[in-house]
Design a protein around this ligand. Structure first.
Ligand code: FES
Ligand code: FES
Length: 132
Protein backbone atom coordinates (compact mmCIF):
# COMPACT_ATOMS: atom_id res chain seq x y z
CA UNK A 1 0.00 0.00 0.00
CA UNK A 2 2.76 2.48 0.95
CA UNK A 3 5.93 3.19 -1.03
CA UNK A 4 9.29 2.38 0.48
CA UNK A 5 9.97 6.11 0.81
CA UNK A 6 6.78 6.56 2.86
CA UNK A 7 7.71 3.66 5.11
CA UNK A 8 11.20 5.09 5.65
CA UNK A 9 9.83 8.52 6.44
CA UNK A 10 7.22 7.02 8.80
CA UNK A 11 9.55 4.71 10.69
CA UNK A 12 12.37 7.27 10.93
CA UNK A 13 10.72 10.68 10.72
CA UNK A 14 12.87 13.80 10.69
CA UNK A 15 12.21 17.05 12.58
CA UNK A 16 9.96 15.54 15.24
CA UNK A 17 9.56 17.75 18.30
CA UNK A 18 8.82 21.31 19.30
CA UNK A 19 10.64 24.65 19.22
CA UNK A 20 10.21 26.54 22.49
CA UNK A 21 11.27 29.79 20.82
CA UNK A 22 9.28 29.29 17.60
CA UNK A 23 8.38 32.42 15.63
CA UNK A 24 5.26 30.78 14.24
CA UNK A 25 3.20 27.76 15.26
CA UNK A 26 0.44 26.24 13.16
CA UNK A 27 -2.02 23.59 14.22
CA UNK A 28 -4.63 21.99 12.03
CA UNK A 29 -7.04 19.14 12.51
CA UNK A 30 -8.53 17.04 9.78
CA UNK A 31 -12.30 17.33 9.64
CA UNK A 32 -12.63 13.84 8.19
CA UNK A 33 -10.45 11.78 10.51
CA UNK A 34 -9.83 14.02 13.53
CA UNK A 35 -6.04 13.74 13.26
CA UNK A 36 -3.93 16.71 14.38
CA UNK A 37 -0.68 18.22 13.13
CA UNK A 38 1.34 21.03 14.70
CA UNK A 39 4.28 22.73 12.98
CA UNK A 40 6.84 25.02 14.65
CA UNK A 41 8.87 27.48 12.57
CA UNK A 42 11.98 29.46 13.39
CA UNK A 43 12.18 32.38 10.96
CA UNK A 44 14.95 34.84 10.15
CA UNK A 45 14.66 37.48 7.43
CA UNK A 46 11.54 35.77 6.03
CA UNK A 47 13.41 32.48 5.70
CA UNK A 48 12.73 29.26 7.62
CA UNK A 49 15.86 28.43 9.56
CA UNK A 50 14.44 25.63 11.68
CA UNK A 51 11.30 23.54 11.82
CA UNK A 52 9.76 20.77 13.96
CA UNK A 53 6.46 18.96 13.99
CA UNK A 54 4.15 16.91 16.18
CA UNK A 55 1.61 14.81 14.35
CA UNK A 56 -1.09 12.78 16.03
CA UNK A 57 -2.17 10.93 12.96
CA UNK A 58 -1.80 8.11 10.53
CA UNK A 59 1.34 6.86 8.78
CA UNK A 60 0.67 9.03 5.74
CA UNK A 61 0.26 12.13 7.89
CA UNK A 62 3.50 11.45 9.75
CA UNK A 63 5.43 10.68 6.56
CA UNK A 64 4.00 13.84 4.97
CA UNK A 65 4.98 16.00 7.96
CA UNK A 66 8.48 14.61 7.95
CA UNK A 67 8.92 15.14 4.22
CA UNK A 68 7.28 18.58 4.19
CA UNK A 69 9.45 19.83 7.06
CA UNK A 70 12.57 18.59 5.30
CA UNK A 71 11.48 20.42 2.16
CA UNK A 72 10.70 23.81 3.73
CA UNK A 73 13.84 24.17 5.83
CA UNK A 74 15.77 27.01 4.17
CA UNK A 75 12.83 28.17 2.07
CA UNK A 76 11.45 31.70 2.13
CA UNK A 77 7.98 32.04 3.63
CA UNK A 78 6.51 32.55 0.15
CA UNK A 79 8.17 29.39 -1.13
CA UNK A 80 6.95 27.41 1.87
CA UNK A 81 3.44 28.81 1.42
CA UNK A 82 3.43 27.58 -2.17
CA UNK A 83 4.54 24.06 -1.31
CA UNK A 84 1.61 21.97 -2.45
CA UNK A 85 0.54 18.65 -1.06
CA UNK A 86 1.21 17.32 -4.57
CA UNK A 87 4.89 18.30 -4.11
CA UNK A 88 4.98 16.37 -0.84
CA UNK A 89 3.21 13.34 -2.31
CA UNK A 90 5.61 13.32 -5.28
CA UNK A 91 8.61 13.47 -2.95
CA UNK A 92 7.15 10.48 -1.10
CA UNK A 93 6.90 8.54 -4.34
CA UNK A 94 3.12 8.67 -4.13
CA UNK A 95 0.39 7.96 -1.59
CA UNK A 96 -2.62 5.68 -1.94
CA UNK A 97 -5.62 7.68 -3.22
CA UNK A 98 -7.44 7.33 0.08
CA UNK A 99 -4.44 8.85 1.86
CA UNK A 100 -3.75 11.88 -0.29
CA UNK A 101 -5.91 14.08 1.94
CA UNK A 102 -3.56 13.31 4.83
CA UNK A 103 -0.79 15.21 3.03
CA UNK A 104 -3.02 18.29 2.98
CA UNK A 105 -2.56 18.54 6.72
CA UNK A 106 1.13 19.32 6.21
CA UNK A 107 0.42 22.09 3.72
CA UNK A 108 -2.29 23.54 5.92
CA UNK A 109 -0.18 23.38 9.09
CA UNK A 110 2.68 25.19 7.32
CA UNK A 111 0.27 27.88 6.15
CA UNK A 112 -1.22 28.20 9.64
CA UNK A 113 2.29 28.63 11.08
CA UNK A 114 3.11 31.34 8.52
CA UNK A 115 -0.12 33.14 9.41
CA UNK A 116 0.69 32.84 13.11
CA UNK A 117 4.06 34.47 12.41
CA UNK A 118 2.30 37.21 10.45
CA UNK A 119 -0.21 37.79 13.27
CA UNK A 120 2.62 38.13 15.78
CA UNK A 121 4.04 40.88 13.58
CA UNK A 122 0.70 42.64 13.20
CA UNK A 123 0.24 41.55 9.57
CA UNK A 124 -3.08 40.36 8.16
CA UNK A 125 -3.40 36.62 7.49
CA UNK A 126 -2.96 35.25 4.00
CA UNK A 127 -6.00 33.38 2.84
CA UNK A 128 -5.58 29.64 3.31
CA UNK A 129 -7.26 26.99 1.28
CA UNK A 130 -9.06 24.57 3.52
CA UNK A 131 -8.24 20.92 3.51
CA UNK A 132 -10.61 18.18 2.64
FE1 FES B 1 -6.11 11.18 9.40
FE2 FES B 1 -4.41 10.32 7.63
S1 FES B 1 -6.20 9.34 8.28
S2 FES B 1 -4.43 12.22 8.59
FE1 FES C 1 -7.93 14.67 5.61
FE2 FES C 1 -8.23 17.38 5.36
S1 FES C 1 -9.73 15.83 5.38
S2 FES C 1 -6.49 16.23 5.81
Amino acid sequence: MYTERVMEEFTNPKNVGELADADGVGEVGSPSCGDIMRIYLKIEDDRITDVRFRTFGCAAAIASSSMATRMIRGMTLDEAWDLSNGDVVAALGGLPDAKVHCSLLARDAIRAAVNDYRARRGLPPRETGSCG
